[in-house]
Design a protein around this ligand. Sequence first.
Ligand code: GTP
Ligand code: MG
Length: 207
Amino acid sequence: MKKRNEIPDCKVTLIGDSGVGKSSIIGRYVTGIFMENDTSTAGANFTQKTFEKDGKKVRLNIWDTAGQEKYRALGQNFYKDSYIICIVYDVTSKQSFKDIKEIWYPDVQKYGEKYHIISIVGNKCDKYDVEEVTEEDAQSYAEEIKAKFFLVSALNGNGIDRMFQTLAEEFLDPDFKENIKSERELMNSFELKKDHFKKKKHHNKCC
Ligand code: GTP
Ligand code: MG
């Protein structure tokens, strides 16, 4: 049972191609600085940060998944119980945006649940001179899949706090909690019915 004053947990997962800047985005948000990073994430890393606004708090449990293809199946385990999924692309890489459409979002649909808050995140906005994905294209895709859209730069910090703030506020919105509750209740009743049916079948077989 939830204790009084207990801070709710919210699982946040970042996915996207290797090199788009997932670890750098998280590092910037959690520590406030950009660390030049040449090490690709292996498996997944976990960080926490508590977000607070107007006396309401949420503990963001942030999972940084590996974008490399060999780890892709591992990442799928994170989708199911993540309330927030950030699908990241690099604004200077057309391929990383194409992969959102062809790999990452289809994966989320396949392995995730309905009540995700999904966002499309274009990172490395500081490199606008070599941009390969236009804001219009990304924005219109986000609208198409009913996702939120953010343009950020882990390097100079632009948009990072605002992005996590918007997502955390959405999670704290009473409407979102209501939706999760009703969805969960529906799933639970479905599971119970399935269980009941299985037991009945089993019972019939034995006797
Ligand atoms: P994997 O762990 O392999 O999945 O990659 P990742 O998505 O975590 O990328 P990572 O954060 O390791 O960043 C990849 C490279 O991009 C590193 O050299 C970063 O320093 C650089 N980088 C990350 N964010 C930015 C940014 O906002 N601007 C610029 N210019 N470079 C960035
Ligand atoms: Mg990484």
